[in-house]
Every structure is written in C-alpha cells, then in structure tokens.
Design a protein around this ligand. Structure first.
Ligand SMILES: Nc1ncnc2c1ncn2[C@@H]1O[C@H](COP(=O)(O)OP(=O)(O)OP(=O)(O)O)[C@@H](O)[C@H]1O
Length: 305
C-alpha cells in the first residue's frame, strides 16, 4: 500500500480534471510522492472511496476536485458516527469556486499544493454539522467544511450548478448571482442562536460559516476562523433587489457587515426554522432544503495545509 490515496473527481473544473490528472500524476512521481488513486463516478462516490481508503489504512487522503468533492471526502472521514483520528485530509483544488483553499492558504496551482502535501504539516479544524430535509423530504445530516446557507445563496448554487462554469469561478458565480437576484423572492424564517431567537421575519440569506469565502471569492464571513470552535452566522435581512445589487461589491471585500440590515453572531448551534422550503447550499452543493439546524463539531479533522 502506498502512502497517499487520491480521490479524483474527473468531472470537476468543467470536466478538465480527467486530463489534467495525468499531468498531476506525473508531477507527483517526479516529486517522489507514492500514491494510489481512484476516479469518482457520481454523487457521494467520493465519500465511499474515502471511507474505504481509511479502513484499508491510508493515512493521507487527498481530494482532487472542487469544493463539492472536498465536502464529500470530508464526510467520508466520519465512520459509524466517529471521525477517523489516524487520517488527514489533503486538497488539490480543481474546482471553479475554490473558496475553501482561500481560507486554508493552499495554492490553486497543483505544483504549490503538492509541496504542501509533501510537508505533511497538519492543522485540526472544526466542521459544521448540517441537518436538513433531502430532496425526498427525509431528514438527513452531513458535515460542512466551508460555508452553508439558506435563501439567496442556495438559489444561486442551484443555478450555477446547472449551467457551465467554463467562464471561471469569479464570473460564473457573479453572473449566477446577478441573474438570481432578479428572480429570487426573499423567504420567511426565525433564527435561533444558542437557544435565543435573534431574528424573525423576511430575509435574503442566512449563512453558517466555518471558512471566510463563498461564491467564487466573496468574503461573506471575514470574522470566521476554521478552528475557533464557533459557527459564524450572518443574516442578510429583508433586502430589496436594488439593495442587493448595490451592496454586492461590498461582499467581495467583507465590508457588507456594517450594513444596517446585516447581523452577525458567533454560536455553537443555529436553527433556522421556517414553514417554507428554503433553498439550501452546503459547500457549493444543494443536498436538499431548509428548515435547517447547524451545530459545531470542534477540531474533528486534520487538514494538510
Ligand atoms: N464522474 C463524475 N461525473 C459527473 N459528476 C461527478 C462525477 N464524480 C463526482 N461528480 C459530482 O461532481 C460534483 C462536485 O463537483 P466539484 O464541486 O468538486 O467541482 P466543480 O463544480 O468544478 O467545482 P466548484 O464547486 O469549486 O465550482 C458533485 O455533485 C459530485 O456528485
């Protein structure tokens, strides 16, 4: 058994990873990295491949794909209700959004990412447990490593995931956001933060953040730290379409937090209750709908960074 196991999503980065993986594989050999790998074939396969690799004894599991692939690999570390203690997560980012690596400080180019893997320096970080309703209306849970939200962000992710991202992360998400604002209707809900109701009424977006960035580079949660033991919660209240358009630029540098309709909290548990089905996004994917419960899982995974 070789040292590293790579879980490669050939469909990531608009299907270019299948070809680029050959180049990455050659580079890994050149650099003396011993590895095995497998291609994912569809939804949640990366989770199964990860669990299997950990159970076989691999200690270094590397996700090669976008934030969705990283999310599936992270969920494969949770085996029968316990997080694998002997394995660590590495990332070679091949997505379009690439939002998690911005917070982790992992380079986008694979050459830089391979250097980080070779150093094997790890950092223990938190995850957010997300409980929601899946597309069949059944209760389901999964872990989020970066950002999850309900409302406009969930709506944008649905749109962007159903269109080509060949224009790149920044433009694909910006175009998706602008078009979504035109169509999206604000939702109703109650937000309960550590047992206290902090918001009730119409809202545009409510996010639970572990990392700082989402949507291909928007700094939604500048205060978020991956290992602080808290969920950074951001509520964008009842903002009209004009207000959303006018303030969008501010989300790219994190200065939106001073807007009077924006509230933020640090919490261990956040419940977003609603009679409506809320569009849900978890690390850029749409596993189902809110109402949703978020709870912090402190320092449960080691990341090579
Ligand atoms: N072989 C495959 N063919 C098609 N889809 C796949 C395959 N393997 C995995 N997937 C799907 O790819 C999605 C994850 O893609 P990922 O987010 O990693 O890449 P991306 O969309 O290019 O990047 P980003 O989220 O950063 O924009 C998941 O929905 C997963 O089910």
């Amino acid at each position: 058994m070789r040292e590293f196991f790579f879980v490669v999503n050939p469909a990531s980065a608009n299907g270019t990873t299948k070809t680029v993986w050959r180049e990455i594989g050659e580079y890994l050999k050149e650099k003396g990295v011993e590895y095995d790998f497998a291609f994912t074939t569809g939804p949640n396969h990366a989770t199964q491949l990860t669990t299997d690799a950990i159970q076989k004894g691999y200690k270094w599991i590397v996700a090669v794909g976008g934030d969705g692939t990283v999310n599936e690999v992270v969920n494969g570390f949770s085996i029968e209700g316990k997080f694998a203690e002997n394995a660590s997560l590495g990332i070679i980012s091949r997505g379009t959004g690439c939002d998690l690596i911005r917070t982790l400080g992992i380079p986008k180019e694979y050459q830089g990412a391979v250097e980080i893997l070779k150093d094997k320096k790890t950092r223990e970080i938190d995850l957010i447990k997300v409980e929601y309703l899946n597309h069949q209306g059944e209760k389901e849970g999964r872990y989020c490593i970066n950002i999850s939200d309900v409302g406009l962000g969930g709506y944008v992710a649905q749109r962007v995931n159903h269109t080509s991202k060949s224009a790149g992360g920044l433009w694909s998400y910006l175009r998706g956001t602008l078009l979504s604002i035109l169509k999206y209707k604000n939702r109703q809900g109650r937000v309960i933060v550590d047992g206290n109701e902090v918001y009730s009424g119409v809202f545009s977006l409510i996010a639970a953040a572990n990392g700082k960035y989402f949507g291909g580079g928007m700094k939604l949660a500048p205060m978020a730290e991956l290992d602080d033991g808290y969920i950074s919660t951001i509520i964008l209240g009842d903002m009209g379409k004009g207000e959303l358009f006018l303030n969008l630029a501010k989300v790219y540098d994190g200065s939106h937090l001073t807007h009077p309709k924006v509230k933020y909290y640090k919490a261990k548990e956040v419940i977003i209750d609603s009679k409506q089905r809320l569009p849900l996004e978890v690390d850029g994917e749409n596993p189902g709908f809110g109402p949703v419960k978020y709870s912090i899982a402190e320092k449960v995974i080691k990341v090579i960074c």
